[in-house]
Design a protein around this ligand. Structure first.
Ligand code: ADP
Length: 596
């Protein structure tokens, strides 16, 4: 039995008040009332009334069983206020608590001089019915919050390990940021790398990941990430996901070990998982438009999630575990501004994120004791659409084959550097604006698509890319100094021959920029990824501020922190999401179930 430190404060909105309010009369003020709940201890409420109506009901104290009974705490006071009556239905599954709340409110209203007989008789039945209809209680072994890459990989892994699963997703559709991500997946893969003459090792991936985050990442988590990268890629392939045969260096990835899915963006991951889930729909339920609001511990274990669904409250009971997979907070200007210490204000900066990336899991996990780490590390990309912040319209194909120039037509950074280094340099340019410049090596035909499945022809037609037969003509269209652009490309081409490092320290090269047509596309900084979040161990268990495991609570994906340190390498997000989602699901399924 445990005490909830939860307050529901409900306010009557004048226009919504219905029922028999006109006959009511009270002595205005706030009154306290109590009545025994399921464990014999009082539920205590404070009720505020004016001369003729019930205005506010606050739950001051309760010792009820969390989860199911909490729906009663939310619904019943609201129904009393909405109907201005005590004649409200109890919440099914929480009858004791419901009656205690009604009894406590009644005592307070009696103290306020209310006519209890009239209050018990009044009200409108439609409203009372809604109290029952609005609550759905669901049971499964594992409850997962969030249906992006981490949540869905966890769902599949948990089910493979024998667990039944409920996934709660607040948006009308699954996929989160994962489905709109660039989707590159870093893994050491001799089968694909050796034929291209690329040397690599898991140790190098480990060292680059740690160093790329300024050694702020947890070495154990980084080791778990890199060692499980290739096995998880094989697991995805075994479930039908296809990757291209070649590997490449993704922006800020520092090494050619990124795998490119055959399907555009992150759709391949989500389709792979949803195909599995559809085949196992008797064991895995995905509820969309269902926003998780609170996690409850029962006997010290995470076991119940309260959510708001399209038809009312959903109470999802996870008899083995709860997994938080709610993604990052890149779309929350409020949280960006709260945690950002490393960048200029991010209030006006666009984002590559979907609108649901608002960091909900952080507050939910923190409320049950989770430690949060590294929230100040927010990743920006220098590759945002100047209008929307999205990655769409980005003409880059491979790090090796394009340069960045500013509004003067001059290069300003190593275009193969870390993402934070490139973005910081971009903030120093006029209007924080740059052009990506490349040639037809990247677009041998006008039908060639970028990573967003947009053809270069479409982008040119829309005015989102510029095209010219000479660099001088391109410079005129870009409104930059042609001499500067020509000189920048000439210096770059020389470095391609020598292999660098060039004056900016760049070492990643492949083709010269010398074959028309030439293309340019404008870009600005955009918020992309939040490195910080819920602290976990290598089993994806959530840790409290003492480093102790919170029983039954797991987290995976962008909502977690401590893996990428100050800066995440390009191509490591999808590894993180799938590796730790899978680990969380497998371990959650292995927990001992609590008694129902
Ligand atoms: P990751 O890459 O870590 O899986 P994503 O952004 O792909 O992150 O997925 C996170 C998912 O969690 C998104 O689909 C998002 O809408 C969902 N989500 C965020 N907050 C909630 C919430 N409170 N309740 C349910 N789903 C949520």
């Amino acid at each position: 039995m445990k005490r909830l430190s939860m307050l529901f404060l409900l306010t009557a909105v004048a226009g919504l008040v219905v029922g028999c309010g006109s006959d009511l009369s009270f002595e205005p003020g706030s009154y306290t009332g109590g009545a025994p709940g399921i464990h014999g201890e009082d539920v205590v409420v404070s009720v505020t009334v004016d001369r003729s109506s019930i205005k506010e009901i606050e739950i001051v104290e309760n010792h009820e069983t969390p989860g199911v009974s909490d729906v009663a705490f939310e619904r019943i006071p609201q129904a009393v206020i909405d109907g201005q009556t005590l004649n409200v239905d109890t919440v099914s599954g929480a009858t004791y608590s419901s009656n205690a709340i009604i009894g406590a409110i009644e005592e307070a209203l009696a103290a306020a001089g209310g006519d209890i007989a009239a209050l018990r008789a009044g009200g409108d039945d439609e409203n009372a019915d809604a109290v029952t209809a609005a609550t759905e209680v669901l049971n499964a072994d594992v409850v997962i919050i969030g249906a992006g890459g981490a949540g869905l990989s966890a769902a599949v892994a948990a089910n493979e390990a024998g667990a039944s699963v409920i996934v709660l997703e607040k948006m009308p559709q699954v996929g989160g940021n994962t489905i709109i991500s660039g989707s590159a997946f870093n893994a050491v893969d001799p089968g694909r790398q050796e034929p291209l003459g690329i040397e690599d090792s898991v140790d190098r991936h480990y060292e680059q990941t740690l160093a790329g985050g300024d050694y702020e990442g947890d070495p154990t988590l980084v080791r778990t990430l890199v060692e499980n990268a290739y096995p998880t890629l094989e697991w995805l392939e075994a479930h039908g996901m296809e990757f291209d045969d070649h590997v490449f260096t993704v922006l800020g990835g520092l090494w050619p070990r990124a795998h490119h899915p055959v399907m555009p963006l992150g759709t391949g991951y989500i389709k792979t998982y949803m195909d599995y889930i559809e085949e196992h729909s008797d064991e895995i339920t995905v509820l969309t438009e269902t926003r998780a609001r609170e996690i409850y511990l029962e006997g010290g274990r995470a076991s119940v999630v309260n959510a708001s669904g399209p038809d009312g409250t959903v109470v999802a009971q996870g008899h083995k575990a709860v997994i938080v997979a709610t993604g990052g907070f890149g779309a929350s200007i409020e949280l960006r501004e709260r945690y950002n210490t490393h960048w200029p204000s991010l209030a006006e900066i666009g984002t590559t994120n979907h609108p649901g990336a608002t960091g909900d899991g952080l507050a939910m996990a923190e409320a049950v004791g989770a430690d949060l780490v590294g929230l100040e590390y927010i990743q920006l990309l220098p590759m945002g659409d100047p209008v929307t912040g999205s990655l769409s319209g980005n003409i880059e194909q491979a790090v090796e084959n394009r340069i960045f120039v500013n509004k003067d037509g001059n290069r300003f950074v190593d275009e193969g550097a870390r993402r934070d280094v490139m973005t910081r340099a971009l903030f120093d340019q006029e209007d924080s604006f740059m052009w990506i410049v490349l040639d037809s090596h990247n677009y041998p035909t006008m039908d060639t698509t970028n990573n967003f499945n947009e053809t270069i022809q479409e982008l040119v037609d829309q005015g989102r890319a510029l095209m010219a037969d000479s660099l001088e003509e391109l410079a005129v269209q870009m409104d930059v100094d042609p001499d500067n652009l020509v000189a920048a490309v000439a210096a770059f081409n020389e470095a391609v021959e020598t292999g660098g490092p060039d004056e900016f320290g760049r070492t990643l090269f492949q083709y010269r920029i010398d074959t028309p047509p030439y293309f340019a596309g404008g870009r600005k900084p955009t918020v992309h990824h939040t490195m910080g979040g819920i602290r976990i161990n290598e089993r994806a268990q959530v840790l409290d501020t003492d480093g102790t495991v919170i029983p039954g609570l797991y987290a995976a994906g962008e909502t977690t922190g401590g893996i990428h340190g100050t800066n995440r390498l390009g191509g490591n997000a999808l590894v993180d999401v799938n590796v730790f989602g899978r680990i969380a699901g497998t371990n959650a399924a292995a927990e001992q179930p609590t008694a129902e």
